[in-house]
Design a protein around this ligand. Structure first.
Ligand SMILES: O=C(O)CCC(=O)C(=O)O
Length: 314
């Protein structure tokens, strides 16, 4: 019969060898894009991140995109902008999981704030993750490739989403994971990623929260409004920049991997890796989300997740 202690021990045993085998001390660099075979064999299959240099050289965006260029080409285009009082979108606040207010603004209004010529309440982040590049800013598409050919070839599919990211330095993406193979390309500025491998799951806490959304009032203040009649959302309460180790002592057993992705570099962020993201002011980035294979790696993660819940490690 399995008691809690056994489940706990099995959970740890399942996580340890994998993290020792596949987690490097730093994210390695490749000096050129890999072939599809090498990408699949050396990175996707073992679920290991890397930063790829010289993969975007041929994108006109790399030489053209700047805040003035965006103003001249797409300044009058309306985009969806996430606005939060403190820069934290999709974050735990008290007993709520709070999503950003979503405003429709001409991109020039965001550029005014980024360039310091105007003020707006809260922190602005153009970050709608539903292929906002082709859907909201199609004029920019001729400045880059619509996908990453060697990745599409390796993965045997086209990306599900191509997202455009532009925001203030205070805009933070809280720790989470996605079921996408993510090719994250920085065009201007830099992004700071804090990563945890999927094998750290037993030591990363999740709790259930009532979902809510920020609403911006006429006076420029923020209200937290509960979503109506929806189920609670599991989310990570821990801030990896200031972890509350008294409340979440298990987090000590993890090892965060930090990296900075600079203009012209592409991060391969494997599916199911936890990530927390910060950026330089006015950083411009594009990422490609390829749906992951629901294979043995996915099943391993589901098993680890179920055992973590069952053992009360959460
Ligand atoms: O750039 C960011 O702020 C977040 C990126 C992210 O979470 C993602 O690409 O999945």
């Amino acid at each position: 019969q399995w008691d809690l202690e056994t489940t706990n021990r099995i959970t740890r045993q399942l996580s340890a060898p994998l993290s020792e085998l596949s987690v490097p001390l730093a994210v390695p660099y490749l000096d050129e894009p890999p072939t599809p075979l090498h990408f699949y064999r050396d990175w996707v299959c073992p679920n290991r991140p890397c930063i790829i240099r010289n993969a975007l050289q041929h994108w006109p965006a790399l030489h053209k995109w700047s805040l003035p260029y965006l103003r001249a080409t797409v300044g009058s285009t309306e985009v969806s902008v996430a606005v939060t009082p403190d820069g934290y979108a999709d974050a735990v606040r008290g007993d709520r999981f709070v999503m950003p207010a979503e405003l429709r603004l001409p991109l020039s209004s965001v550029l005014d704030v980024l360039e310091g010529s105007a003020q707006h309440p809260g922190v602005l982040y153009v970050q709608k993750q539903c292929s906002n590049l082709p859907n909201e800013l199609p004029q920019l598409l001729s400045d880059l490739e619509p996908h990453v050919p060697w990745a599409s070839e390796a993965l045997g599919k086209m990306p599900d989403a191509v997202n455009f990211w532009l925001g203030e330095a205070a805009a933070v993406t809280s720790l989470h994971k996605d079921h996408y193979e993510n090719l994250y390309c920085v065009v201007s500025g830099e992004k700071h990623f804090l990563l945890h491998p999927p094998s750290d799951r037993p030591f990363i806490p999740y709790e259930l929260y009532t979902p809510a959304t920020y609403q911006l009032t006429e006076e420029g203040t923020f209200e937290v409004v509960d979503e109506e009649a929806v189920e609670k959302v599991p989310w990570i309460p821990l801030d990896p920049l200031a972890p509350d180790l008294a409340q979440y002592p298990g987090y000590r057993r993890t090892q965060a991997l930090r990296c900075t992705v600079r203009a012209g570099e592409m991060l391969y962020l494997p599916a199911l890796w936890f990530h927390h993201v910060q950026q330089s002011h006015g950083c411009i980035a594009v990422n490609f989300w390829y749906d992951m294979e629901y294979d043995l790696k996915y099943s391993y993660f589901q098993l680890l997740d179920s055992l973590t819940k069952a053992s009360g490690l959460d």
